[in-house]
Ligand binder design. Structure first.
Ligand SMILES: C[S@@+](CC[C@H](N)C(=O)[O-])C[C@H]1O[C@@H](n2cnc3c(N)ncnc32)[C@H](O)[C@@H]1O
Length: 281
């Protein structure tokens, strides 16, 4: 992978999310490395409980860019809204989310393939809209925020989540030091389109921002083998052919060029809680 930033490029989403296993392997490697930071779905649930006027009587909750449905299921289980709809552009991830919910038939959760720039819901219909770690995939995140505003019912709440621009920069340093991608530290952040420092501003174009919470998450990867499970599908880097998608080959190259030791890194996670302008209630 190389060239322009793949994250906000719609034409490259199939590379990133065409197979559910890529996201699962990356997420598992990252979660195994986590040493500090609350589970994001739990924080989303807590923010709705704290900021929604009637969190015990929610109607429709919409989870945009729901991926494998982790936040959708947490919202359904913890907040018990009348219905949860997860929306994602990637058919492979929707299929996996559907498989997960089939094991929990009592939950009123459905998943739909779609584009978050055109929400398949009527105006004023949602009590909650979640957009976690997905707005940075839009070249026009303000359009998605305008759609969220249209979808929110009076008193409804949006919870938007993203990462800081320089998240995981220790990985960039290691990738450059190992010669895997000498330009790694100069590459544009994957999160440039919607990140910790501009998310509240983006939200405020259409919505009233109620609160912004930053939380630093810390990770320690055991060593090269563990790190390679995450790095091998990181589209940020210009890796030699044969390394992208191949954790074994990537780990072997790391072992050859840099001493094998744990790698500690950080990511700022930012939560923006907002509602329709003027409360619309
Ligand atoms: C990093 S994953 C986040 C998944 C989930 N929200 C979570 O927190 O684990 C980003 C998701 O955004 C989805 N996505 C990207 N562009 C999208 C679009 N235009 N409309 C809907 N979903 C999109 C991807 O398919 C992917 O599942």
């Amino acid at each position: 992978m190389s060239g322009t930033n793949p994250f906000p490029d719609p034409a490259r989403q199939a590379e990133l999310y065409g197979h559910a296993s890529r996201l699962a392997v990356r997420s598992n490697a990252l979660m195994r490395a986590k040493i500090f930071g609350r589970p994001v779905p739990d924080t989303i649930v807590g923010l709705v409980r704290n900021h929604h006027e009637r969190p015990d009587r929610l109607g429709l909750a919409l989870d945009l860019g729901c991926g494998r449905g982790t936040s959708s299921l947490a919202v359904a289980q913890e907040l018990r809204p009348r219905r949860v709809l997860g929306l994602d552009a990637a058919p492979a991830l929707i299929e996996q989310a559907l498989q997960r919910v089939r094991r929990l038939p009592s939950l009123p959760v459905s998943f739909l393939q779609g584009d978050f720039h055109h929400l398949p819901v009527s105006a004023d219909s949602c009590d909650v809209v979640v957009a976690a770690f997905c707005l940075y995939h839009s070249p026009r995140p303000q359009t998605v925020v305008a759609e969220i505003d249209r979808a929110l019912a009076p008193g409804g709440l949006a919870v938007l989540v993203t990462k800081g621009l320089d998240s995981y920069r220790e990985m960039d340093q290691l990738v450059a030091a190992a010669g895997l991608d000498p330009g790694a530290e100069q590459r544009e952040s994957l999160y440039v389109s919607a990140h910790s420092s501009n998310l509240a501003e983006l939200a405020a174009v259409s919505l009233d921002v109620l609160t912004v919470e930053d939380e630093e998450h810390s990770f320690t990867f055991d060593g090269h083998d563990h790190l390679a499970e995450y790095l091998a599908t990181n589209p940020k880097y210009d890796l030699a052919p044969g390394l992208y998608g191949n954790p074994g080959a990537l780990a072997a190259t790391l072992h050859e060029f840099v001493p094998d030791r744990p790698l500690s890194t950080k990511s700022l996670v930012t939560f923006v809680v907002a509602q329709a302008r003027g409360g619309r209630s």
